[in-house]
Ligand binder design. Sequence first.
Ligand code: PMP
Length: 398
Amino acid sequence: MTNRQLFLNHVGQTSDAPLCLNIVKAKGSKMWDANGKEYIDLIAGISVCNIGHRHPKVIEAIKQQADKYLHIMVYGELVENPQVEYATLLTQHLPATLNSVFYTASGSEATEGAMKLAKRFTNRSQIISFKNSYHGSTQGALSVMGSEYWQQAFRPLLPDVLQLRYNNFDDLKNITERTACVIAETIQAEAGILKPEHGWLHSLRQRCFCTGTLLVLDEIQCGFGRNGTLWAFEQFNVVPDILLLGKAIGGGMPLGAFVADKKIMDSFTHNPVLGHINTFGGHPLSCAAGLAAFKVLTEEKLFTKVFEKEKLFRSLLQHSAIKNISSAGLMMAIEFDSFETNKKIIDTLIENGVFTDWFLFCAHAFRICPPLNISDEEIHIACNQILNVLNEQFARQF
Ligand code: PMP
């Protein structure tokens, strides 16, 4: 049997049409399959490899930590240096009220932990989220996902969850003294890159202050420089009470976190003790890798080039078939007239060595979300390929 058949037979599947490329190596913004074919990676593991694949400093940090210890004890009991060093550095790069980092093994678990923390701290039960939001696939995170399509088969989910319209000022009045927390993506990713309208996040922040509700901002996909500043919320002049981190936080290794003020975070230590626990959160290898990646990101200030690269993509991607480009830094949605067009373009791009994919809630757009240090030359090559594919497809009366 081929590897592809073994993958389909023995690895749990998530759809009946997986991309099925057999990637054997990745470096920087490139990947290679088993036949030696090269791909420019415009996805970066969906915003995971922000400093590119297998950065030498990340690989070195993993090796050094592997020589010391791997897993030694459940999260939160022992002083593990990679956790301590990374939490200290992260909080030095965050506002003063975001000073305590609770590690998880994934983004979904960060969402779960934050919702529990908000309920415990406020002693309230209602959680509010927004249409077309994505915060993870576990049952709590699914409960606040902004799409009935993905939720319906798994109901009943969490009770006392309310969904409002993102960017709608009127809806904010539904946040009340009953609301434990409001959870929002600073920039909605799976909606096809939707930015908060001028003043909306600020109004949301104010409403949360007025009602004693905690504001949870999900920067699992849009954080770590992806939007041109280290944190997306910096661009909107708000500070959340709890910040959700994931994806790029581990430098390519599995890691997630929620960050809050110690006064809030300490609620987990009593009534009941061990209010939130896990085994693998803050795994030493993941923290060592994440720390090394974060140092590269911040010392080389990779995010300062993001707006220029966004502009370059936008200037090169001029074609009558492209109906719109929605972008927030190096998080871009290239929109076509239909799902069918989009699917054909994505498939052909992959055949032509440009790796891209879908959005959950925006079927007519493909994603561009490359490593932040993708070179200008690689951007030119990728965009030329995209234009070639569009010319070819549309010449055929597509
Ligand atoms: N929030 C956002 C905004 C995400 O993009 C994702 C992952 N796509 C998650 C939460 C969940 O993270 P994970 O897949 O690591 O559980």
